[in-house]
Design a protein. Structure first.
Length: 282
């Protein structure tokens, strides 16, 4: 029997809704499968990642490691709520070795990316202030010279003038507006911090944050060791950013890991504990 006009309309509406459903971005690797624990305390890092993944899963979210290209794709698709990603972690601007960057995303039940963050490892041979102000921190040695014609970065934070060695920069933190009351920003920042120290064991973690970050709740939640004024970033002749410089030492971050693990593990399932054993043994 031929389908009625109403049936055709119903099927068309259904197909349209299916086509409009957010689709998972590939490649995405499950967090616990892709995380690299190369440094001590391995057992504590393993416990932390299992706990964090478990808590997000209980809330209906999945967490995965994504490529730098996928991070840019998510950024492009959400520019109405997220400014263009900073060049430090932009793989279309900088040639970043895959080992030196970790990009993490949280997905909702439909597979839609709803939060991201990235951590990039860098070696500072002079001082952080020098590398930031000559723009090599942002564009690499090759790209910095040309950018000096239009861009300018100044930082007066005292620690930047003396900081050197291995650092990890945390950036690309974004949460979809529908989920900004769910605490995902702090959760992701802590996962990225521990992922960075588990893989690289850097001397410091650093971020540059706008003045909007200077709220007691944000400062306490992200729990950086120091927050120092100030920086100003001019891009293409226009003031793009101004704010503060936040950082933490390796010793501080490992002590923070101990505090984060104070929560009990009693609600972990057997499969979670088995995964924990595998991570410890890796």
């Amino acid at each position: 029997m031929p389908k009625s006009i109403n049936q055709h309309r119903s099927n068309s509406n259904l197909n349209a809704r299916v086509q409009n459903l957010p689709q998972p971005l590939l490649p995405v690797q499950p967090l616990l499968d892709a995380i690299q624990i190369r440094h001590e305390p391995r057992a504590k890092f393993g416990r932390y990642f299992i706990r964090a993944e478990h808590e997000l899963r209980q809330r209906g979210f999945t967490t995965g490691i994504i490529s730098g290209e996928t991070l840019l794709q998510i950024n492009d698709q959400n520019r109405n709520s997220w400014s263009k990603i900073i060049s430090v972690i932009d793989c279309s601007v900088n040639c970043i070795d895959a080992f030196d960057i970790i990009c993490i995303a949280i997905f909702d039940a439909t597979g839609r990316p709803i939060a991201t963050i990235a951590a990039r490892r860098m070696d500072i041979c002079s001082t952080l202030k020098t590398d930031m102000e000559n723009l090599s921190f942002f564009y690499g040695q090759d790209g910095a010279e040309q950018k000096r014609l239009s861009d300018n970065f100044t930082i007066s934070a005292p620690s930047a003038a003396t900081m050197t060695g291995s650092i990890v920069y945390l950036g690309g933190l974004w949460v979809h507006p529908d989920f900004r009351s769910d605490g995902l920003a702090i959760c992701l920042a802590r996962i990225a911090r521990n992922a960075a120290f588990a893989r690289w064991a850097p001397d410091f973690e650093i971020v540059i944050v706008t003045h909007a970050f200077n709220r007691p709740q944000a400062i306490e939640g992200h729990a950086f060791e120091q927050l120092e004024p100030a920086f100003e970033y001019i891009i293409d002749g226009k003031k793009a950013w101004e704010g503060s410089f936040a950082w933490s030492s390796q010793a501080y971050c490992l002590a923070k890991l101990d505090r984060d693990l104070a929560a009990r593990d009693s609600d972990l399932t057997f499969d979670d504990r088995r995964r924990q054993h595998v991570l410890h043994s890796a």
